[in-house]
Design a protein around this ligand. Sequence first.
Ligand SMILES: Nc1nc2c(ncn2[C@@H]2O[C@H](COP(=O)(O)OP(=O)(O)O)[C@@H](O)[C@H]2O)c(=O)[nH]1
Ligand SMILES: [Mg+2]
Length: 213
Amino acid sequence: MAIQGGAQPVAILTKCDLCNNTGRYIREVESISDKIRVHAVSAIYGIGLDELKEYFTPGTTICLMGSSGAGKSTLINAITGKEVMKTSEVRESDSTGRHTTTHRQLIDIGNGVSVIDTPGMREIGMANMQEGIDDTFSDITELESKCRFSNCRHDTEPGCAIKAAIESGELSEERYMLYKNLGAENTRNYAMKKEISKWSKERKKFNDRNNIY
Ligand SMILES: Nc1nc2c(ncn2[C@@H]2O[C@H](COP(=O)(O)OP(=O)(O)O)[C@@H](O)[C@H]2O)c(=O)[nH]1
Ligand SMILES: [Mg+2]
């Protein structure tokens, strides 16, 4: 979504003080796409915060996305050295945060930098994002174009470049499944979005005809 929207995606692994194998997780996220930068930080212990300074240049708008309790607000407070955002205790029972932020807000944190904080999201609904997905997985779309059949489903077709790449180890099956699942989710949500908009148009027409406001 970030790539398709023209934003620079940065993945931040928070609370690295609670993890003794951050390198492994950094590499795991990095392996998804070479277009995404990954940092592991601890806002509480001030680890890795320097690495993030380059993103806080004047004129930049930073949008924080991540589930409630991930440590977004604590991170911004640690970087700015001020309490610009309210933080919340994480519920022990399900390790999710209480929803301190209940609405999107745009905060001027000084130095010409703005931060958009989003309320805790349980999921990001994707629709009409195929372009961004293809961009993120451009190595896979490149491989797909090398299949013998242009409509290859990478299933049982002969001359399939995807299957060959998975077999040779050039492409990890996990990454391919991620690409496939994101594509399927996108198609499903897009179809749903179109269906909803069709019905809302129908309803509007019905209301107009019957003078219902
Ligand atoms: N151990 C540890 N806890 C953190 C860190 N950053 C945030 N937390 C805790 O995680 C909880 C949720 O933080 P918060 O910033 O409110 O999360 P947000 O919902 O993403 O804004 C709070 O209890 C924080 O104290 C960190 O670097 N290390
Ligand atoms: Mg918050």
